[in-house]
Design a protein around this ligand. Sequence first.
Ligand SMILES: C[S@@+](CC[C@H](N)C(=O)[O-])C[C@H]1O[C@@H](n2cnc3c(N)ncnc32)[C@H](O)[C@@H]1O
Length: 265
Amino acid sequence: MAHPLIEEGDRVFLVSDDGEEFLTVVRIGGKFGTHLGVVDFNDLIGKPYGTPVKTSKGKTLYAVDPGYVEDMFHMKRKTQVVYPKDSGFILMKLNVHEGSRVVDVGVGSGAMSYLFAKAVGDSGKVYAYERREDFYKLAFENLSEWGVMSKVELKLKDISYGIDEMNVDAFFLDVPYPWEYTDEVWKVLRGGGRFCTIVPTTNQVQEILKKLQKLPFTMIEVWESFFREYKPVPERLRPYDRMVAHTTYMIFATKVLRGDCHGSG
Ligand SMILES: C[S@@+](CC[C@H](N)C(=O)[O-])C[C@H]1O[C@@H](n2cnc3c(N)ncnc32)[C@H](O)[C@@H]1O
């Protein structure tokens, strides 16, 4: 569709030229209050995305459809979430695509589960584990709001009691002591299946490397990403003064089969 129209129930991202941002759900007869004034949803319903709307204070906001980054930065979160600069790379390195079966531990607020769910399409599945009930409930809420719950099997379970799936294509592990679970990760992945874990400090990277190197994994890699945004002013083009410097280290590995296994795992 060339110009999708804004409908009742749509999640809409309202943004000003000065970079003020709001994410809301459009309801017939409803209004949305911001410090820039009130937006009347009747001014949006039936209009194409990209439409400008005047607030009660005469300010202009543009209504666009939220993308991955807006969804993640405007979600309800109680845990540290994976930054988009890292999560996009992780998605590619794990080779998650239509039809993939992915294990995601721990779910936290659900940011990575969301990204995986969007990528696996209707024929894939995300098996998402979270041990804390409050985070499980929050992730359920977020994933439902994003409309991806049908692609996620969300489990309230501590993985020290085991993983229920076998032969998965990818495994993402975001827990405090990931090296405690590398044997289980190897068991659960299919041959050629991809693994990623993330940790904030270098001593943790050392711990995980020691474990991975004792197991049949190949393509063991350690990455860190740096992104620097520029002020979009053509006459004075330069970076912003501040940047998000360190977020996480990303460790990747690919499962290979033991010589005596002949494909059995
Ligand atoms: C940093 S958060 C995960 C953030 C998440 N990856 C995201 O993108 O939003 C870590 C989560 O792992 C959960 N967790 C820690 N150990 C776990 C385990 N053994 N089994 C299941 N969940 C676990 C914690 O409760 C917490 O919610």
